[in-house]
Design a protein around this ligand. Structure first.
Ligand SMILES: CC(C)(COP(=O)(O)O)[C@@H](O)C(=O)NCCC(=O)O
Ligand SMILES: [Mn+2]
Length: 935
């Protein structure tokens, strides 16, 4: 099939767009309305610039956001940040005061809980923030829940609410900064609500914080003095193990191997976790055999650990910080200090016992035979020799202990490692070498937080111990993608704080963003340490960064029950481990940024405040991209879906609630105007022709995608309907992937044999406007006509121009005004509870119709990860026997290779040339109609 781009008649210069189109001429005339022009930037060929229109309407004091009538739907969605409820706000105390306290009686605050691990060198802090879900009185939602048989009963004996788990660290020597941080966030005052999960006050009425590590004893008085809190001391080993078990069970991509500079995530089977050896490298080293939850034994340890490295480094090199010492090692050459096998054997390998010439025979051994003073050695070389000596020694002792107890897996944690590639390579090498490849060294992304997490877990009824992987969503730490120098990177609560952090970050930016060049591999594999591949010229800017995101706890998330093999399911189609892919998609997202910022700022009325937020958003997003470009696996396995979600999350973080709101509204209006005529035309067709026209319609209308650069350029060339007509005219079969005949046979049968209709179809809808109204709704109507219940599955939160579950009922109500099938089904599905329906026959009888329902999918991204969907969707899916996934995000970028237990139809127009070539060996604007019967 020729692409739209190549077609001289339909050329995207828009000069000659064919008039003849599948739907009637009056409809076309109707759509000549100026209001239906697509672009907002004033480059519209036909019709008035929408920006002008906005200005006119805005002169009455209304911004663009006011053009959209408020939806009548009152579903409460906890967005990325809780919104302030200012009702009944009152000033407390003296009105004359400069910053009087304002009481917000109806605001459900973020409630924080905190635990600490105060070590010899670092303080690790884990805290949880949450806000209570407000009860919803939404009748539609209730009806849908009833229909789907979702009970409101609590699964747990105590409530666990959604929230976020944050990870922060401070140097112990700067404990005052840590106290200031706790105090500024009021973290020590958490847990005072009725849902308290821990005994937050001691018998004498003081607030209590769980803490572990030696500092919990040493600094107890200071905490009491400064914050008025008591530290409730928890055993360090108990905490380490509880923290490690929680991470290994609950966090996807927590563990990874690191060999010769290559990081690879290991999927740990929860049921096959124990036993393992946990090696915690802090100032000293503990080796713990873990047999289960709370079942462990400290089997060994060594006093030669992180403290030794730092201490000796200070004495020998006068380094002021651990990172400085580590940074020196990056430029070191240990051959000037270590005695190598080759030094003893005249440059030869000692082959008989498998030692290469470059194997260290004796750490620091070369210095014996040289008559140099300490000043004669380079600090860089000393640092590297030290690092090797200590890492190698720890690797070897760990292996011997694993051997002692027959353990195959060794997990290394503790802040000595701090994500330093060379340290991990050295340890891995030692374990691999001594075990002859039998044992495997693994590392944990939250390596430094095991103790703090464990202390957190020790609160009674924290509710985290039985959380499942799918209930935790790891998100990029917002507002603080980097941590360096004096800038700490906790999640910043306050928007202003966040914006000024970004501004500060930009000033510091050049200092802390330099990527590290990777040297090529030089390891012999013969037991010698040559130059490991991950030793770059300089220390990564983020060597002390956390490399962990913020954990969002969403207890309502579930695994989509129709996945054929949930354990093998991988949502992303494109592997960003391929560097050229990564570069390409990073460029696409960067290029799209200025336009997105314009839209976002306009959606908030173009005020100075929104411009400042827009700027901060652009910086934050660019900084995240740069950070990920430097280390793609920093926050676990990175797929395109994560990047697209990151963009949306970042927008929300800077309080851009719905950047495309006016575009969506305009397209909805235009499409609703066309719908009645389209339905009449469809009804005049035979069943077979109609089914084909419907699928064509879905594919054609998927062209309305504001996330695709090519499509947005196209929108400059004509009105909504012109683009739609052009797209429909291009729908000749065969499509690039064309399983329509198989789908038709399942729907209509062949010959006289009429197949049994599907019982329930889940339609994963994509974009607002024509996509959902002229594409998916008519398809839903056809399924309803066949007697199939239809569940429209839409986003919980806005993403690009995707329609949301909150917006859909009003759209359906509008459509239902002109169609009895939709009206009856929507009534039966509880969608029309408070919509004013004015139909021709006025019939209220709904028992004859199967229901049309709407459920939210639990996400706010253009893609969907089916391991983590809303509980409503999971409930609706249980009885489904047909799934329709529509759009590039949901059917191509994600789920293209996913297999389901029930019949599945994947429909999308490919609106990106590179993806078309890669995925379907086709061209931009080619279509995919992939039908896969139940497996
Ligand atoms: C963001 C999208 C996945 C949305 O597509 P949709 O799901 O709406 O069909 C898609 O527009 C996309 O991949 N855009 C980036 C590539 C580009 O601009 O060509
Ligand atoms: Mn979309």
């Amino acid at each position: 099939m020729a692409s739209l781009k190549e077609d001289p008649i339909l050329g995207i210069d828009g000069i000659t767009i064919k008039e003849e189109f599948g739907i009637g001429k009056p409809v076309i005339d109707k759509l000549r309305d100026d209001r239906l022009a697509l672009e907002t930037e004033g480059t519209v060929i036909k019709g008035e610039s929408v920006i002008d229109k906005v200005r006119e309407e805005g002169s009455g004091g209304q911004g663009e956001r006011d053009m959209v009538p408020p939806t009548s739907n009152s579903i409460h969605r906890s967005g990325s940040r809780p919104q302030l409820d200012l009702s009944k706000a009152a000033i407390e105390g003296n009105f004359e005061e400069r910053d009087p306290t304002i009481l917000l009686p109806n605001q459900s605050d973020d409630i924080s809980h905190l635990a600490l691990d105060i070590g010899g060198s670092l303080i690790k802090l884990v805290y949880f923030s949450r806000h209570q879900d407000r009860p919803t009185n939404d009748k539609r939602k209730k009806t849908v829940k009833e229909r789907l048989g979702i009970s409101n009963g609590n699964r747990r004996s105590y409530p666990i609410l959604g929230g976020r788990l944050h990870f922060v660290k401070f140097e112990t020597s700067k404990i005052n900064e840590c106290l200031d941080f706790i105090s500024s966030k009021q973290l020590h005052r958490g847990g005072m609500d009725s849902h308290s999960w821990h005994s937050d006050t001691s018998s004498n009425g003081n607030a209590v914080i769980k803490a572990t590590g030696g500092g919990a004893y040493k600094y107890a008085d200071l905490f009491k003095e400064r914050l008025g809190v008591s530290l409730d001391k928890e055993d360090e080993m108990d905490c380490l193990v509880a923290g490690a078990n929680f991470l290994l069970k609950a966090i996807r991509h927590e563990a990874f191997t690191h060999m010769e500079g290559q990081k690879e995530f290991v999927q740990i089977d929860q049921n096959d976790l124990f036993p393992y050896l946990l090696v915690n490298i802090g100032s000293g080293v503990s080796m713990i055999k873990v047999d289960g939850d709370g079942k462990f034994e400290r089997v060994s340890g060594t006093n030669v650990g992180g403290g030794t490295y730092w201490g000796l480094g200070r004495l020998l090199n006068q380094c002021k910080s651990f990172d400085e010492l580590l940074e020196l090692s990056q430029k070191g050459d240990n051959r000037t200090i270590d005695m190598l096998v080759g030094d003893i054997y005249g440059g030869m390998d000692y082959n008989k016992i498998g030692l290469s010439a470059s194997t260290i025979a004796s750490s620091f051994g070369k210095t014996i035979s040289e008559k140099k003073e300490l000043t004669g050695y380079r600090p860089e070389d000393i640092s590297l020799s030290l690092l090797r000596m200590i890492s190698y020694n720890i690797g070897q002792i760990s292996y011997l202990n694993a051997l002692r107890f027959g353990l195959k897996r060794i997990f290394f944690g503790g802040f000595f490692i701090r994500g330093h590639a060379y340290t991990m390579d050295t340890i891995s090498f030692a374990v691999h070498f001594w075990s002859k490849g039998e044992a495997q060294a693994m590392f944990l992304r939250h390596e430094g937080f095991l103790g703090a997490l464990g202390a957190f877990m020790s609160y009674e009824k924290h509710g985290l111990d039985d959380l499942m992987v799918h209930q935790l969503v790891e998100r990029f730490p917002m507002g603080a993608p980097y941590i360096g120098g004096k800038i700490h990177g906790p999640a910043l609560g306050d928007l202003n704080e966040k914006i000024s952090w970004m501004e500060k970050f930009v000033q510091k930016g050049t200092e802390i963003t330099a990527p590290v060049p990777m040297a090529s591999s030089g390891t012999t594999g013969l037991g010698g340490f040559e130059v490991p591949s991950s030793k770059g010229g300089t220390l990564r800017s983020d060597a002390s960064a956390l490399n962990v995101g913020v954990l969002h706890l969403v207890p309502t998330l579930e695994v989509f029950p129709q996945l054929a093999d949930p354990k093998m399911y991988e949502p992303n189609t494109i592997d960003l481990a391929d560097h050229s892919e990564l570069e390409y998609w990073f460029t696409v997202l960067s290029d799209h940024l200025p336009d997105l910022v314009d839209k976002a700022v306009a959606s908030e009325g173009g005020t100075d405040d929104s411009k400042r937020r827009g700027d901060a958003f652009a910086r934050a997003f660019s900084a995240h991209l740069a950070r990920l470009m430097e280390e793609p696996a920093a926050y676990g396995k990175l797929g395109l879906a994560n990047l697209l979600e990151l963009r949306e999350e970042c927008l929300r973080e800077f309080q851009f609630v719905d950047a495309y709101r006016s575009i969506k509204h305009r397209e909805n209006e235009a499409s609703l105007a066309v719908l009645p005529d389209l339905l009449v035309e469809l009804d005049s067709m035979t069943e077979e022709t109609r089914l084909l026209t419907l699928i064509e319609g879905v594919l054609a209308a998927n062209i309305f995608d504001w996330g695709s650069r090519a499509c947005v350029e196209l929108y400059h060339k004509g009105t909504i309907i012109e683009i739609y007509r052009m797209s429909r005219n291009k729908m000749q079969r065969p499509w690039r992937v064309d399983d329509f005949d198989a789908f038709k046979e399942r729907m209509l049968g062949s010959g006289d044999k009429k197949p049994c209709p599907h019982k329930r179809a889940l339609l994963f809808v994509d974009n607002s406007g024509a996509d959902v109204i002229l594409g998916m709704l008519p398809l839903a109507r056809e399924l309803l006509r066949h007697g199939t219940e239809v569940v429209l599955v839409a986003n919980s939160l806005p993403a690009l121009n995707d329609v949301t579950a909150m917006e859909l009922p009003d759209i359906v109500a509008e459509a239902a005004k002109h169609c009895d099938i939709l009206r009856r089904a929507a009534e039966a599905g509880g969608l029309l509870v408070d919509a004013m329906i004015n139909t021709s026959d006025g019939s209220k009888e709904n028992s004859s119709s199967v229901p049309l329902m709407v459920v939210e999918n639990g996400c706010g991204s253009p893609c969907i990860d089916l391991r983590q969907v809303s509980s409503e969707l999971a409930a609706a899916a249980k009885d489904a026997d047909l799934i329709v996934l529509e759009g590039m995000g949901r059917a191509l970028h994600t789920n293209f290779n996913a297999r389901f237990k029930c019949d599945t139809l994947k429909l999308a127009m490919v609106k990106n040339q590179r993806l078309a070539e890669k995925l379907i060996k086709g061209n931009i604007y080619d279509c995919v109609c992939r039908y896969e019967p139940a497996s």
